[in-house]
Design a protein around this ligand. Structure first.
Ligand code: DAT
Ligand code: MG
Length: 152
């Protein structure tokens, strides 16, 4: 089957469980081909999550995702988008604990806001989200727009 790329993220409270979450990634056989730690400012977070701008949880989402450093990575795998979404589990960790108890959100998620990990939801989202953090043009300089939306 054809290799595909997706964007994965360990969210702020997941960074406190970094070793355990990386173990979950590697024991499922995912190959990480790029990785960086960064901080999103509010403008960057708005752009990353702009599809959710009108949702009632948007402010809580922006507060959370800007509350500390995150880790973003590119996964290359067969069916990477769907396989990574399956590995992370449903959005709400309490639901994940019922329907997907071995998923990463079921094991490490705290609540529907603090759900520890992100995965692109489609191949098109993956292209946009990878470009957001790992721009295909320009040097990988931190603290500049060419560094791919990382402020730390
Ligand atoms: P996912 O991250 O599973 O793709 P999403 O794209 O629907 O979920 O929402 C993006 C994030 O917004 C999600 O990871 C956590 C937050 N969120 C979603 N639904 C929420 C809700 N009902 N209450 C609070 N936060 C929510
Ligand atoms: Mg989503």
């Amino acid at each position: 089957e054809k290799k595909e790329k997706t964007l994965g993220m360990i969210k702020p409270d997941g960074v406190e469980k970094l070793g355990q979450i990386l173990d979950e990634i590697y024991k499922r056989g995912f190959l990480l081909t790029r990785l960086r730690m960064c901080c999103l400012d509010r403008n960057q977070a708005f752009r990353f999550y702009e599809e959710h701008r009108d949702k009632p949880f948007f402010n809580a989402l922006i507060d959370y995702i800007t509350s500390g450093p995150i880790i973003v990575f590119e996964i290359v795998n067969t069916n990477a988008v769907d396989n990574w979404r399956e590995a992370i589990g449903p959005t709400d960790p309490s639901r994940a604990r019922t329907v997907a108890p071995t998923s990463i959100r079921a094991q490490y998620g705290i609540d529907v806001t603090r759900n520890v990990v992100h995965g692109s939801d489609s191949a098109a989202s993956a292209v946009r989200e990878l470009e957001f953090f790992f721009p295909s043009s320009g040097p990988m300089l931190p603290n500049t727009s060419k560094g791919g939306n990382c402020t730390c």
